[in-house]
Design a protein around this ligand. Structure first.
Ligand SMILES: [Fe+2]
Ligand SMILES: [Fe+2]
Length: 164
């Protein structure tokens, strides 16, 4: 823990840690959902979808890393078991039970939209009372907004192809 770094947080630092751990759980679950989706996805344009999902999975893992670093800086502990991811998560885990490319894209778009809402809510709550957390959450939010658009663009291409 960085003592001065924690002291300057102008709100309950334990609440910030709780918010960060909820996001940490979301990132691991999203990582696995996208990673697995990339392995099993089937149907038209699957190569383009696989490339995108693998890139997103790597981004979600990087986000989990950023969050764990910040949790530790604040004197917290990143959730120590996958069971606790399910207790803490905002966005849950959407099992890719149907490998059809449209289904996978729709599930993952829903995941990105939940992530956007969750980081937006975190930013609203923390604000400039913790500028370090704020700055990190902005960086992650930028990626999630990009992810949503990437997946929606793929789905639009797919729908265009099916209609013509
Ligand atoms: Fe993420
Ligand atoms: Fe994402």
């Amino acid at each position: 823990m960085g003592t001065k770094g924690r002291e300057i947080v102008g709100m309950d630092a334990d609440r910030v840690i709780e918010l960060l751990n909820k996001a940490f759980a979301d990132e691991w679950l999203a990582y696995y959902q996208y990673w697995l989706g990339a392995k099993i996805v089937a149907g038209p344009m699957k190569d383009a979808v696989i490339a995108e999902l693998m890139q997103h999975a790597a981004d979600e893992l990087r986000h989990a890393d950023m969050l764990s670093t910040r949790i530790i800086q604040l004197g917290g502990t990143p959730l120590t078991t996958p069971q606790r991811w399910f207790e803490a998560t905002n966005c849950g885990y959407d099992e890719p039970a149907d490998p059809y490319v449209v289904k996978i894209l729709e599930q993952n778009i829903k995941g990105e939209q939940c992530a956007i809402s969750a980081y937006h809510a975190l930013l609203e709550e923390v604000g400039m009372r913790d500028p370090v957390t704020y700055n990190m959450a902005v960086q992650i939010l930028q990626d999630e907004v990009e992810h949503e658009e990437d997946l929606q663009a793929l789905l639009e291409d797919l729908q265009m192809m099916r209609q013509r």
